[in-house]
Design a binder for this molecule. Structure first.
Ligand code: FE
Ligand code: FE
Ligand code: FE
Length: 233
């Protein structure tokens, strides 16, 4: 049985518990997102927000204490869903730049959920006259909003970079592209990644049992060349 919601105070506590669950889920999710990010700036944003999120959990505990309530006992299903969607994306075989864009989408959905929730509890707290709790919650609200804006800024830059990289795909001449762009995967067939120091020729020593599954007509023309067609003028 869930707690009954007879008063605004009940709803306030209900929402705080939901947020407490949400923030704790994010403490687990953010390190994975940071790890999956290619852009150093995006990684940094996730790492910073992980530290903030831990502090946000502490703030919520402070609020519960002030209210004489306990934080646990609820699971935010919305955050579960958002995290799950994010995890699905992480499993995709994506271009690193596109993956960064996907991570930002996921993160912004999360921030917007939090902003909606914190906005509401701040209002409830104010209406209920819980001034101290409201001040504490406002701090978190400001962090969520800042994070959302930061992500928007990063997204704008990354999208431009990704597009530039796309256009310059053939001529690898541009040198001052940010580190973030350097390691685009190139459909190599070799599975051993450390191609460096392999200066003297590709020893393709053992013919790796080429499983010729091609014949069964599954995927016609396995290497789908993205035609860089400068299309018709
Ligand atoms: Fe948060
Ligand atoms: Fe929720
Ligand atoms: Fe957040």
């Amino acid at each position: 049985m869930s707690d009954s919601l007879e008063t605004l105070h009940d709803l306030f506590v209900h929402e705080l518990k939901d947020l407490y669950s949400a923030e704790n889920q994010l403490i687990k999710a953010l390190p994975k997102m940071s790890q999956a990010a290619q852009s150093p700036e995006l990684k940094r944003a996730f790492d910073t927000h992980l530290r903030e999120t831990k502090e946000q959990v502490r703030r919520l505990e402070q609020v519960f204490k002030a209210l004489g309530e306990k934080p646990g006992g609820k699971t935010c299903k919305a955050m579960q869903g958002l995290v799950e969607e994010g995890e699905e994306l992480l499993e995709e075989d994506a271009d690193p730049d596109v993956m960064d864009a996907a991570l930002i989408v996921t993160a912004q959905k999360v921030e917007h959920y939090e902003i909606a929730s914190y906005g509401s509890v701040c209002t409830f707290g104010r209406v209920l006259g819980y001034d101290q709790a409201t001040e504490i919650l406002k701090e978190t609200m400001a962090e969520e909003e800042r994070t959302d804006k930061l992500l928007t800024g990063i997204a704008e830059k990354l999208n431009v970079q990704a597009k530039t990289a796309d256009e310059a795909d053939e001529s690898e001449s541009s040198e001052d592209r940010s580190e973030a762009m350097t390691d685009r995967p190139m459909n190599r067939t070799s599975s051993s990644g450390n191609a460096r120091g392999n200066a003297g020729g590709n020893q393709r020593g053992r013919t790796s049992t080429s499983r010729s599954k091609g014949s069964s007509g599954g995927n016609p023309g396995g290497s789908r060349k993205r035609s860089t067609a400068r299309a018709r003028r």
